[in-house]
Design a protein around this ligand. Structure first.
Ligand SMILES: Cc1cc2nc3c(=O)[nH]c(=O)nc-3n(C[C@H](O)[C@H](O)[C@H](O)COP(=O)(O)OP(=O)(O)OC[C@H]3O[C@@H](n4cnc5c(N)ncnc54)[C@H](O)[C@@H]3O)c2cc1C
Length: 461
């Protein structure tokens, strides 16, 4: 297993078409570099805290994110890793969709396709690659079928003896430009006649025609502003990109599904359940980070004795433990498929819903505790300025034992939590909350619940 610095050195060797605000950029760009820094922690923390497991494929220990989970304990280890990463980074670690794709592929592929996938997985484990994944597509007018707007869907435009040519895009994908391997999976099921879209494959750095157009929100502008702590979080915002596939050649050995509508459905279901469940553990870690910031802000404002504020910390703790407990419960109650241990589907989707509700509640409590200053504070540059520094020093100060600079660092970190793209990511990443609710609406066992009430109150009709 490599360390974080080795991962960064390897990624920086790749030639990638990455764009920020219309200009081609390199890996040192302030909107790109924090993503590398965040991913590097997935390497260092795995070594430091033992988040790895033995792989028979390569006869050695591998990062838990680069293998499929075989037991409930494997899954729980993954959820613990996820929670700790989210708490420490306070941003995305970018590798969990890659791990979900590995688990989903391994649970559904058979025969030649499975052998092909195992070939790539061996390479991933041997080199300790960082993997991400994209559930396509931009989708255009959501009421129209793919065949009515082909260009809005990733599709096979040419079949060759040695592979396929694909075209299309993935809109808003986390950290793809910083990965060694990027899996492409369809984001919906297809009907007969739509086989050209039913394609799942993996991209590697040597593939030509792949372009990454990075997101640009207020937090990215702050990252470009520089300073030591003005952007709030050294690991940056959760950075996504639009991945454009401009006639990209993919060799057959990296095409795992093509034209098989049933396999696409199975793959999508396995991926969605896996990702939504790990998302609950992720939200627990994010809420842990917000709780830490809220607790420090209570101190920085000299309000430790105010019970009304401290009780909010208790509620935040309930939220994070609740979301984490759903993930652990789903792992314990999970099912085995093709040698892969998958979380219980109902609980996984419940984890998504509860995790996002808890995240919103934690943001509200953090904003309440912090006061208005995360939305109004002067900058780090004002603090350093000869003209304004003494005023900022004097008026940004709170409790005696917190310097103005430390309080401002904390304020910027809270501003990051309240104004970055994380809430939108929590809501929609891994599919919207509405998608999970629809799943629960159709798959939950309501009749057993109805029967219980019927019997209890003796209904005859
Ligand atoms: C910060 C962030 C990071 C992300 N990272 C990744 C990543 O790494 N990999 C990845 O694959 N994806 C990623 N995503 C994408 C995410 O999976 C999508 O945002 C999600 O699937 C929702 O799609 P959408 O944003 O296009 O919303 P839309 O499709 O526009 O949906 C908007 C709303 O309309 C509803 N809706 C849409 N279509 C229909 C329909 N036909 N019928 C009924 N209701 C409908 C949805 O349920 C939702 O409530 C990320 C998203 C965000 C915000």
């Amino acid at each position: 297993m490599i360390n974080g610095d080795e991962y960064i050195r390897r990624i920086k060797c790749y030639s990638r078409d990455m764009y920020v605000m219309g200009e081609r950029v390199g890996f040192d760009h302030p909107n790109v570099e924090p993503v590398l820094k965040a991913i590097s922690i997935t390497y260092d923390l795995a070594k430091e805290k033992g988040y790895h497991t033995y792989s028979e494929l390569v006869n050695r220990e591998v990062n838990i994110l680069n293998t499929c989970c075989r037991t409930p304990d494997d899954l729980i280890k993954r959820y613990d890793f996820q929670r700790e990463l989210s708490m420490r980074l306070a941003t995305c670690n970018y590798r969990c969709p890659g791990a979900d794709a590995i688990n989903a592929f391994m649970s559904v592929l058979e025969g030649d396709e499975r052998d092909r996938f195992l070939g790539l997985l061996r390479e991933i484990q041997e080199n300790d690659y960082a993997c991400t994944s994209a559930l396509t597509d931009p989708k255009g007018d959501r009421s129209r079928r793919p065949s009515e707007q082909r260009e809005m869907y990733v599709r096979v435009v040419e079949e060759r003896e040695d592979g396929i040519i694909v075209e299309g895009a993935k809109i808003h994908q986390s950290g793809a430009f910083a990965a060694d391997v990027n899996f492409f999976l369809p984001g919906q099921t297809f009907r007969e006649g739509e086989e050209e879209f039913a394609v799942a494959f993996a991209l590697k750095p040597e593939d030509r025609g792949v372009k990454y157009i990075l997101q640009n929100t207020g937090m990215q502008a702050k990252q470009r502003d520089g300073g030591e702590f003005e952007r709030g979080n050294p690991y940056g915002d959760r950075i996504t990109c639009t991945v454009v596939l401009d006639r990209v050649f993919v060799p057959w050995e990296r095409v795992f599904i093509y034209g098989d509508l049933k396999k696409v459905r199975e793959l999508l279901t396995a991926f969605a359940n896996s990702h939504r469940c790990v998302g609950a553990a992720c939200k627990a870690g994010f809420v842990d980070s917000m709780t830490g910031a809220a607790s420090l802000m209570i101190r920085a404002n000299g309000l430790e004795k105010v019970q009304a504020l401290r009780s909010k910390l208790g509620e935040m703790s309930a939220v994070s433990e609740g979301a984490y407990a759903i993930a652990v419960g789903a792992a314990v109650k999970g099912v085995e498929k093709n040698g892969v241990w998958l979380p219980d589907a109902i609980m996984a989707n419940a984890g998504k819903v509860i995790g996002v509700e808890g995240f919103a509640k934690a943001m509200r409590h953090l904003a309440d505790i912090a006061g208005g200053i995360p939305g109004t504070a002067p900058s780090e540059f004002d603090l350093r300025s000869e003209e304004t520094g003494r005023y900022v020093e004097k008026y940004v100060r709170g409790a005696e034992d917190f310097s103005a600079e430390d309080r401002l660092r904390l304020i910027k970190f809270i501003e990051f939590w309240l104004t970055s793209s994380h809430y939108i990511g929590a809501l929609h990443g891994g599919g919207s909350v509405s998608a999970s609710v629809i799943f629960l609406q159709y798959m939950s066992d309501f009749s057993t619940k109805e029967d219980a009430v019927r019997k209890a109150i003796n209904l005859k009709s």
